[in-house]
Design a protein around this ligand. Structure first.
Ligand SMILES: [Zn+2]
Length: 376
């Protein structure tokens, strides 16, 4: 038997983000707490339901009955297991609600999500931040683990042209209003969540020990996919290396400039700050994650609804309104803003109201060039 190759101080000091607190996320988080991890960020928008209890070690019947958010229930259980644990929770969607500045502080992100779009968004965030991530996926008795690292391989590059086209269709703001899609609830078992969650954590720990990866005493799964099938108990390693030099999804955003910008600032304040800071008469902020929608119109006939919301929130807003509920998407038009500059008609709105998350990095164009400006 060999000694434990992992350095305890390294695990305790690591900053780890776990995206998705379902069956797989529960296993990953349990392992991290037992291992002595001390700095975690949890991301999930869902609440605990009774159906989760059969495969989620961190949730209780009371959590389900009171409809607690998964991130809150998980945080409390984890802190009970390891009081030294510092847990930050984000009740939100990985596509929109996690600031790039926050992601840049992570050592590794562990993805425990159940759909391609969420994986695409985790990959984009991690590549922009320049950090590796570990993906896990589970079915009933089969599962996969993959590791992606900037400069090595990329989830989007491995999707192929059809997959990428599908992702482009999922982007908000492509001219039609989208209704929320119910994430596929695939049947799964606690066994497969344990196996796959354990391999994910093991791979995450390896990424914290680059010197051991360099001298060959540890081997990373990066560039390969681990496949496990429980019915016949078979495992496979297959190549997963694609890294297209022209892929726009895996751009690293650098250099990043620190700034005094923050989410509670108004558009007018932010633009004034940027004009001074960048010594530029004209500045514009690109909304790269989601658009801002001021109004929705019917394509034919009368009807105009002021919404003033990020694109992602428009569908739910329409559903609340009897006059607008159930109208086919093809009959509607939404007026979108993707670039915010001096001509934006609502300068009093805050960056947060535009849908920009806290601690994000803004893509700013000025007379003097393009800049990545990190918010506080
Ligand atoms: Zn790529």
């Amino acid at each position: 038997m060999t000694n434990n190759p992992f350095i305890q101080d390294r695990i305790a000091a690591a900053r780890l983000m776990v995206v998705g607190c379902g069956a797989l996320g529960n296993e990953v988080l349990k392992n991290l707490a037992l291992l002595g991890a001390e700095h975690l960020i949890l991301v999930d928008f869902d609440r605990v339901e009774v159906g989760n209890l059969s495969r989620s070690v961190l949730f209780t019947k009371e959590d389900a009955e009171s409809g607690r958010y998964k991130v809150d229930a998980a945080r409390d259980r984890l802190k009970g297991m390891n009081p030294a644990l510092e847990v930050q929770t984000i009740r939100g969607d990985i596509a929109y609600d996690v600031g790039l500045g926050l992601a840049r502080e992570m050592d590794v992100v562990i993805g425990c999500v159940d759909n391609r779009w969420a994986r695409y968004c985790i990959n984009r965030l991690c590549m922009r931040a320049g950090i590796p991530w570990v993906d896990g996926g589970i079915g009933t008795l089969e599962g996969t683990v993959r590791v992606f690292a900037p400069g090595e391989n990329c989830y989007a590059c491995n999707l192929g042209p059809e997959g990428l086209k599908d992702m482009a269709r999922r982007q908000p703001c492509s001219g039609v209003i989208r209704r929320e899609e119910e994430a596929g609830k695939a049947p799964t078992t606690p066994m497969i969540a344990s196996v796959i969650g354990a391999v994910q954590v093991q791979e995450a720990l390896k990424l914290l020990h680059p010197e051991a990866l360099a001298d060959g005493s540890l081997t990373s799964l990066c560039g390969k996919m681990f496949y496990y099938e429980g019915e016949r108990l078979s495992t496979r390693l297959v190549d997963f290396k694609a890294y297209d030099p022209d892929c726009p999804v895996h751009d690293c955003w650098e250099p990043v400039r620190p700034s005094s910008l923050h989410a509670a600032m108004s558009v007018a304040e932010a633009l004034a700050y940027l004009r001074t800071e960048l010594r530029s008469e004209q500045v514009s902020i690109a909304l790269t994650g989601d658009c801002f929608v001021d109004e929705v119109l019917r394509r034919e006939g009368e009807g105009r609804l002021e919404v003033m919301l990020p694109g992602r929130a428009v569908a739910a807003r329409l559903e609340q309104d009897p006059a607008w509920r159930g109208i086919p998407l093809s009959a509607l038009y939404q007026n979108e803003w993707r670039v915010i500059d001096g001509t934006f008609p609502y300068p009093g709105l805050t960056l947060s109201q535009l849908g920009i998350p806290e601690r994000d990095v803004l893509y700013v164009t000025a007379d003097t060039g393009d800049y990545y400006m990190e918010m506080q």
